[in-house]
Structure formats: C-alpha cells, structure tokens
Design a protein. Structure first.
Ligand SMILES: Cc1cc2nc3c(=O)[nH]c(=O)nc-3n(C[C@H](O)[C@H](O)[C@H](O)COP(=O)(O)O)c2cc1C
Length: 179
C-alpha cells in the first residue's frame, strides 16, 4: 500500500536546517515511488489555541484559519513527520502552536507512524531530549496507536543551511526511503 506522508516543517527559516532535512526525507520517499506533502507552517495562518473549550463539544475550532485543513490532512495521513529547530531546549513556537490547535480532533489522529526531525547548534544529541519528550507527550501520551518510527538528530548546525555538511542529510534521505 502506498502510504500518505505528511511533513510538518516548523522552522521560521525556509531552507533552514530542519526544512532541508525534510526535503532530504521527502526525496527518499519519492525515489522509492511514494509521495509526500510538506506543509511549511510559516506559510500558513495558525493562531494560538485560546482554550475556549467550544471544540470539546463541537469538534470544530471557532477560529477560521488554516488549521482546519492541516488537521484534516493529519487525520488522513498514514505517516506524519514533525520537524522543528530546538529553541531554548524545546520545540519552537510554530510547532507547539500547531500541536495545541489539534485539540478539536486529536482523538482522530490515530494509528499513525511518526518521525521527528530536530536541529540545533549544539553538537550533543542528549540536549535534544526535552524536545523529543515534548513530541512524545503529544504522540505517545495523547494519540491512539501512534508509532514512533525514527528520529533525525541534526546537531551542530547553527547557520541556515549548515546541515548540508552533516551525515544527518543522508540519514534523513535513507529514512525517507523506508517509510
Ligand atoms: C530563539 C532561538 C533559540 C535557540 N535555542 C537553541 C538551544 O537551546 N540549543 C541549541 O543548540 N541551539 C539553539 N538555537 C539554534 C537553532 O536550534 C539552530 O540554528 C537550528 O539549526 C535552527 O534550525 P532551522 O534552520 O531549521 O530553523 C536557537 C536558535 C534560536 C533562533
């Protein structure tokens, strides 16, 4: 079965390190006959969850922005790739805002395979643990049947594009080939 792969790229920098790793992953998917859609979050309007609670009964957000369509795509995907830079030892605000806005229908994001792509200036993989834990709080603890399939650690990349010199590029490509 051909899997539907959805990539959520949360860097504010288009062509940034995590975004380049998304592209490498996507190349791997496509070269093995699959297809993937990448959503660059910054191109979309995704407002903060206001915690109003209306969606607890309606399962729809009262805010009319791009999140309704993104959430539908998450529900329809077989594979979800979540990519973020590390910002102060955590995921960035774009990614967290997206996760918060899944609340109207997060119970329908079930039985998905998940991949995480994380980039940071630090060269120590261990410093990414809080970011990974943040992802797992969403996938493992809140979603039904989520399977974590792989993580790309894009360490040692500070400037935009610096990740091109890293083995993480090849790792992302290879991972994409095996979704
Ligand atoms: C607001 C901000 C906070 C950051 N915090 C960290 C950090 O805690 N640890 C780290 O190693 N790098 C940190 N960085 C560096 C980025 O993680 C790094 O530049 C990364 O490659 C950016 O990924 P991107 O190009 O995909 O946006 C920070 C950068 C910014 C702008």
């Amino acid at each position: 079965m051909r899997k539907k792969v959805l990539m959520l790229s949360a860097s504010p920098r288009k062509g940034g390190n995590s975004d380049l790793l998304c592209d490498a992953f996507m190349r791997g998917v496509e070269e093995t006959g699959g297809s993937a859609e990448k959503i660059f979050l910054r191109d979309h309007e995704i407002r903060y969850c206001t915690g109003c609670g209306v969606c607890n009964t309606t399962h729809r957000c009262v805010q009319k922005d791009d999140m309704e369509e993104i959430l539908r795509k998450m529900i329809e995907a077989d594979v979800i790739v979540m990519a973020t830079p590390v910002y102060f030892y955590s995921m960035d605000a774009q990614m967290k805002t997206l996760i918060d806005r899944t609340v109207p229908r997060y119970t329908e994001i079930s039985d998905k395979d998940f991949y995480f792509i994380v980039t940071a200036a630090d060269t120590d993989v261990g410093m990414m643990r809080r970011t990974i834990e943040g992802f797992r709080g969403f996938t493992e603890d809140c979603l039904h049947g989520a399977q974590e399939k792989g993580i790309i650690y894009g360490t040692g990349a500070w400037q935009i594009g610096e990740i091109k010199n890293s083995p993480a590029m090849q790792q992302a490509y290879e991972m994409g080939k095996h979704v």
